[in-house]
Design a protein around this ligand. Structure first.
Ligand code: HGY
Ligand code: MN
Ligand code: MN
Ligand code: MN
Length: 399
């Protein structure tokens, strides 16, 4: 019987990013397509029935697709230069948990499915959990279809070139109606389990989190022929905004503000940029702090833009309020697994589904505590503990 580590080893070269390190696997690109095929092969090898829904999410069914199923799973896409476990560990543990249950002769009384959600990281089209947001109706289908990647390709065009029809993306009551309960296993993105010296935890909550784009406009010009007094250089307000994010978060407890993506146009060394886009990722244990951070930084951006003879346009790309997993379900699993509960600062498809479906999450220890970077890690033994915990959970729910 394969271990989760064995399964992850099968995809260890898929989407490996030689330039940035780690993995870059983005929805509908070649590597993510390869991962979809890998998952389908793994599922069919287990006699699971594989379907792809109207929102490009993949479902592998143990038993006929039917309402009140116990669903587990996660995602296979990554951030640019991401780790090997964020997403794929949940999928690998889902498959090996089914192996374990079958080896024990367990026959579920309810259908069991493994789901792989599309564009969880939002790395290509900018909106995280796009597949699960479409499934639950949490994003307007027209907005989703028109989302553009950095090359200007729309989500609809990318779906089409992957052989999927974008015409019917949107809330999918048939697929939603089949999910009785959803449990996602995920590598921990932090050191909570290291500090507790445990290998598995149950999630208690997800921080409120969102993404905003600040577009600074100035006057593109020649770096050598333009006197310093004659410039409207959008890079200057952009740089001041980046340094202001630190203060905005530090002054609000439990908050985080990050700029990990800053794109000048046209991006030439000897060219004063005409526009600079700055993406802000803001999160907090206190939902109201996120709005305060964005408000403060919007004021700062507007002021510094004027000072530099530029303009700024701020747009919200996504926002998810604090997710508190349902206490009964959380405590039931915590007791069943004798596992501690932990909050997470990372967003997940489970956080989107929690709005409509009884949902829980399991975390597996990450000794580095690092995620969204090549150093993300999980020991083979802890991954096996994750599989065992997920198998116990599925047995408990589908008995
Ligand atoms: O961004 C997040 O928190 C998640 O990893 N998608
Ligand atoms: Mn992630
Ligand atoms: Mn993830
Ligand atoms: Mn020249």
């Amino acid at each position: 019987m394969s271990s989760p580590t064995d399964l992850l080893a099968e995809i260890t070269t898929v989407g490996a990013d030689g330039a940035r390190g780690g993995y870059s696997r983005h929805v509908f690109d070649r590597s993510e397509h390869e991962l979809r095929e890998w998952f389908t092969g793994q599922a069919e090898k287990r006699g699971l029935q594989v379907t792809t829904d109207r929102n490009a999410n993949v479902w592998a069914w143990w038993g006929e697709p039917a309402p009140d199923a116990v669903v587990t799973g996660s995602h296979l896409d990554s951030v640019p230069g991401g780790g090997a476990f964020d997403g794929p560990l949940g999928v690998a543990c889902s498959l090996t948990a089914i192996d374990l249950l079958r080896a024990e002769g367990f026959e579920p009384s309810r259908p069991v499915a493994v789901s792989v959600f599309a564009e969880e990281e939002g790395s290509r089209f900018g909106v995280p959990c796009l597949g699960s947001r479409l499934l639950t109706g949490a994003i307007d289908p027209d907005v989703a279809r028109d989302l553009r990647d950095p090359d200007g390709v729309t989500f609809a065009e990318a779906m089409r070139s992957s052989g999927l029809a974008p015409d019917h993306v949107g809330r999918d009551d048939e697929s939603l109606g089949r999910i009785g309960q959803f449990v996602e296993l995920h590598v921990e993105q932090g050191r909570g389990l290291v500090d507790l010296d445990r290998s598995v935890a149950v999630a208690s909550s997800i921080l409120a989190h969102g993404r905003w784009r600040f577009r600074f406009r100035g006057q593109g010009n020649h770096a050598g022929a333009t006197l310093m007094d004659d410039r409207s250089d959008p890079m200057l307000p952009a740089a001041q905004l980046v340094s202001a994010t630190r203060r905005a978060a530090f002054t609000r407890d439990g908050s985080r503000a990050t700029v990990g993506r800053l794109v000048p146009t046209p991006g030439g060394t000897n060219v004063i940029a005409s526009t600079v886009d700055v993406w802000l990722d803001a999160r907090s244990e206190h939902g109201e702090h996120v709005g305060e951070i964005v408000g403060e930084l919007t004021e700062v951006a507007q002021q510094i833009a004027v000072d530099e003879g530029c303009t700024v346009q701020v747009s919200e790309e996504s926002y998810t309020p604090t997710v508190s997993f349902e206490a009964g379900f959380r405590d039931d699993l915590s007791g069943l697994l004798d596992a501690p509960t932990l909050p997470t600062g990372a967003g997940h498809d489970a956080g989107v589904l929690a709005a409509t479906t009884p949902t829980a999450m399991l975390f597996v220890r990450n000794p580095t505590g690092i995620s969204h970077a090549p150093d993300e890690f999980a020991e083979a033994g802890d991954c096996l503990d994750g599989t065992r915990a997920l198998a116990r959970t599925l047995r408990h729910l589908a008995a």
